[in-house]
Design a protein around this ligand. Structure first.
Ligand SMILES: Cc1cc2nc3c(=O)[nH]c(=O)nc-3n(C[C@H](O)[C@H](O)[C@H](O)COP(=O)(O)OP(=O)(O)OC[C@H]3O[C@@H](n4cnc5c(N)ncnc54)[C@H](O)[C@@H]3O)c2cc1C
Length: 410
């Protein structure tokens, strides 16, 4: 590849300025310092969607199916992320977390998580009993638990911004542009023309990391045979009032329902000292909508005309109804949280933020559990990067770098 390119011509264009896009851009720029790299983000700031609306937890990797990309990349990404935060002085704390069973029927699932942790070589995990749970989290009550010391908290937006800064430091001709929405892609003589709301850019190769819009951009880039669609699942949070913050020291998680790729409502100390409780998981009528009543006609009609959505809803009707009820009832949300902290009062909770997860759904209604990156005609598409992709962003970036080297003949 030549690097003597005009102002609007780039070696590689990355679409999407979340942590995965910046992770990929950073790894590519580091590996090829003379390349002109361009990142295009449609919002006015980086990390404006999933990355900036998540729980801020550095996941250990304990939950994921051994041998999966999630398991592998969560651990390697976490280790790299922690080093990155230390080197660049980004707020983080490896404070550890507890996963707590409150009822007998949760014990086999807790055991399964422990076994996954052992197989995934999650450092330092320990089975603990009620007394040790109290020692770690004095207000939490459970019959058994797991102590996961390598879990932590971090400012993911700060990580994303730092990677953008570093890219431009490596090659001053590279750019990270916000407020540039990619509208279409055209092919021209083995190059790709990226058409945005503010003009055209030419890229020899493209990498798509568009999160909640991943499927739509893949189609614009000519990927016709996608057998998945992105569906948004909103997660609402409450926050603990200042007076109640002492009831949570760090991170308290329930035993998750194995049927769903969500971890269950949990307590999270954030990097800024706030304590959040959530998120639930409700099907959303607007992919980038953070209010409970948000609605978008295109998003809704696309979701409802996809048979995967109906299959998912029919298969999980009870769960969906309960999550909806809880989204509108503080009392029910509080009851769920009280399973972990019985002394939690409803007045300890105040409304908090929300985030929307991009879940890749197959026509049969099953969610694609693992990370998914595909190559097609000079483009790489990150089609599924759900949790723990923020933790794993540097490892996913490395995966993109390796795939780019292989497929783009760099
Ligand atoms: C509620 C919630 C809690 C979570 N908690 C955790 C956690 O604690 N730990 C963890 O590791 N992970 C967590 N996750 C998952 C994690 O946040 C995501 O996996 C990760 O942020 C995905 O990053 P991304 O860059 O792929 O997506 P995003 O951050 O959504 O970025 C995609 C970007 O692409 C841009 N874009 C889209 N279309 C266009 C276009 N046409 N032109 C230009 N730009 C475009 C968007 O504006 C957006 O900024 C959570 C997610 C949610 C929603």
């Amino acid at each position: 590849m030549t690097t003597m390119l005009g102002d609007n011509n780039f070696d590689i264009i990355i679409i999407g300025g979340g942590i995965v896009g910046l992770g990929a851009a950073y790894k590519l720029q580091k590996a090829f310092p003379t390349f002109k790299v361009l990142v295009l983000e449609k919002e006015d700031t980086l990390a404006a969607h999933q990355t900036g609306h998540n729980s801020g937890v550095i996941h250990s990797g304990i939950y994921y199916k051994p041998g999966s990309y999630k398991a592998k990349n969560c651990k390697t990404g976490r280790l790299e992320l922690v080093e990155f935060c230390k080197e660049h002085k980004i707020a983080h704390d490896i404070c550890g977390k507890v996963i707590v069973a409150t009822e007998e029927w949760e014990l086999p699932q807790l055991e399964k998580i422990y076994n996954h942790g052992i197989q995934n070589e999650t450092e330092g995990i320990e089975k603990i009993g009620p007394d040790r749970i109290k020692e770690v989290e004095p207000y939490c009550t459970g019959i058994a638990g797991l102590w996961v010391p390598c879990t932590g908290i971090v400012h993911f937006v700060g990580v994303t911004q730092k990677m953008a800064e570093l890219i431009q430091g490596i090659n001053p001709l590279s750019k990270v542009l916000t407020g540039y929405e990619v509208k279409d892609i055209e092919n021209d003589n083995n190059q790709k023309i990226v058409i945005t709301n503010k003009g055209k850019f030419t890229g020899k190769k493209l990498v798509f990391c568009a999160g909640l819009q991943a499927d739509r951009l893949a189609k614009k880039d000519g990927v016709e045979d996608l057998d998945m669609q992105i569906v948004g699942f909103r997660g609402d949070y409450y926050e603990l009032t200042d007076e109640a913050k002492h009831k949570v020291k760090n991170l308290i998680y329930p035993v998750p329902n194995p049927q769903f790729p969500f971890l269950g409502v949990h307590f999270t100390r954030m990097w800024n000292g706030d304590i959040e409780c959530g998120p639930n998981a409700v099907f959303t009528f607007k992919r980038e909508g953070y209010g409970k009543l948000d609605f978008d006609l295109k998003d809704t009609s696309q979701a409802l005309s996809f048979k995967g959505t109906w299959n998912l809803l029919f298969d999980n009707f009870g769960f969906a109804v309960n999550e909806y009820k809880r989204a509108f009832s503080k009392k029910l949300f509080h009851k769920q949280l009280q399973r972990l902290i019985p002394a939690l009062q409803i007045t300890d909770l105040k409304p908090g933020r929300a985030g929307v997860r991009a879940m890749a759904l197959k026509p049969d209604g099953k969610m694609i559990d693992d990370f998914k990156i595909e190559y097609k005609d000079n483009s790489l598409h990150v089609l599924n990067a759900p949790s723990p992709a923020a933790t794993a962003a540097l490892a996913i970036g490395e995966e993109v770098r390796m795939m780019a080297q292989q497929h783009f003949n760099l």
